[in-house]
Design a protein around this ligand. Structure first.
Ligand code: HEC
Length: 131
């Protein structure tokens, strides 16, 4: 019985240690990432408002907002903005965004080749400088 008790206490101790260290690691990374990023430049916003607004700005579509909420862009930390801007370019470049059905119904909202280039230049400028 004592053995089991010792084991349990030890196990709980170990578990708390793991949780606390994970928590501290997380707190640290949150602190590191806490630096708020930059607003979307107006030339990019023109495109996102034309092509992405129905879904990626609030109230939009829940599924779309969960992945990319452009209404909350200004609260995204730098690293998240870097990743999301890249994802936005990738989606547009592959013609995955805006979605096919939406393109069919809203041909005017399809990004032009110049739009795609604008998004690419912006996404590149958002990536952290290589050291
Ligand atoms: C008609 C609604 C609609 C429009 C318009 C739209 N999206 Fe989306 N988007 C979605 C939905 C729904 C999802 C989540 C499901 C998915 O990934 O397919 C999504 C997901 C995404 C993702 C995340 C992909 C991933 O897998 O992580 C990115 C990035 C994205 N959209 C960018 C854009 C950009 C940029 C535009 C405008 C050029 C745009 N979307 C326009 C509906 C839309």
């Amino acid at each position: 019985m004592k053995k089991i008790l010792n084991f349990t206490v030890g196990f709980i101790g170990l578990l708390s240690f793991i949780i606390i260290s994970a928590h501290m690691g997380l707190a640290q990374s949150v602190q590191k990432n806490n630096e708020i990023g930059k607003p979307i430049p107006s030339e990019v916003q023109k495109i996102t408002e034309k092509s992405c607004k129905n879904c990626h700005y609030e109230p939009g579509r829940l599924l779309a907002l969960a992945k990319l909420n452009l209404s909350k862009w200004d609260t995204y930390p730098h690293e998240k903005q870097a990743a999301k801007s890249k994802a936005m370019y990738n989606e547009i470049w592959k013609n995955d965004m805006p979605p096919k059905k939406f393109r069919k119904k809203n041909p005017g909202a399809i990004p032009t080749p110049e739009d795609v280039k604008t998004i690419l230049d912006w996404a590149k400028s958002m990536q952290p400088a290589k050291k």
